[in-house]
Design a protein around this ligand. Structure first.
Ligand SMILES: [Zn+2]
Length: 253
């Protein structure tokens, strides 16, 4: 990635288009709760980016266990394969999977990553979730999206021209999620699942762990939200409760 893309969003007939759309998730494959919406963004002309904060190295089930570097290479390769199919770019920040901590060094690197993508719309985890890497990522995005748009911390990339819109995805597990925004992804559900199967290590791990692959793990919640939104399949979101993250104009496709 060689250029800053900030500030390219246009509002056409009251709708936003031509945006830099960034998934910032703890792990490679966590984009499963927003990928359909990102495909819809791409169809309206937006550019897509995938940022994974950890290296995903704890998610590869092998006997004997793989060295961390090998497992991390598999996970980043799978995300790159998915992104490559979409002409999207990936950034893996390489933190240790399942041991994610909010550190000064990581904050600075995430601020740089957000600035580098020119983020205008971010999808990230919800504030509550079953996995501490997820909730730590939520907190990091809340703080770093703000700082990425302010000139307080200089870096290689210039500050964003404005605070990006931020939407939180449905958490995994029995966590109350007060969804307020729904995107009809009926026409994209099959493509979303097919793309997610690039994460073949995760398809295998989830079949072993919970007896379900990406098909069930997406179809069930997407059908549930679709029923709320009167369509077959939908993804559901809540805006991040943060200064500047909520926009007074439509952002989602
Ligand atoms: Zn995860």
């Amino acid at each position: 990635m060689g250029r800053v893309l900030a500030g390219a969003a246009k509002r056409i007939g009251g709708m936003t288009a031509d945006m830099n759309v960034v998934s910032i998730m703890a792990h490679q494959d966590d984009e499963m709760r927003c990928l359909g919406t990102m495909l819809k963004c791409r169809a309206r002309g937006d550019r897509l980016f995938f940022v994974a904060v950890t290296d995903g190295s704890a998610g590869v089930l092998r006997q004997p266990p793989l060295p961390r570097e090998e497992a991390a290479a598999i996970r980043s390769g799978e995300l790159s394969a998915l992104a490559g199919r979409l002409g999207a770019e990936t950034l893996c920040l390489g933190e240790r999977d399942e041991f994610l901590y909010d550190t000064p060094e990581l904050r600075l690197r995430l601020i740089e990553a957000i600035r580098r993508t020119g983020a205008e719309l971010i999808f990230t985890h919800y504030a509550d979730d079953y996995n501490l890497d997820h909730t730590t990522t939520h907190a990091l995005v809340k703080h770093c999206a703000l700082l990425a748009s302010l000139p307080l911390l200089p870096g290689q990339w210039p500050p964003l021209k404005s605070h990006p819109a931020v939407f939180c995805v449905q958490p995994h597990g029995p966590i109350p999620f007060p969804a307020t925004h729904f995107v009809d992804i009926t026409a994209l559900e099959a493509q979303k699942i097919e793309l997610l199967k690039n994460h073949s290590s995760q398809e295998q791990a989830m079949q072993l762990a919970v007896g379900a692959g990406f098909d069930k793990l997406c179809n069930r919640p997407d059908a549930f939200w679709g029923e709320q939104a009167l369509c077959e399949y939908a993804e559901a979101f809540v805006p991040m409760q943060a200064r500047g993250a909520i926009k007074p104009y439509p952002v989602l496709p």
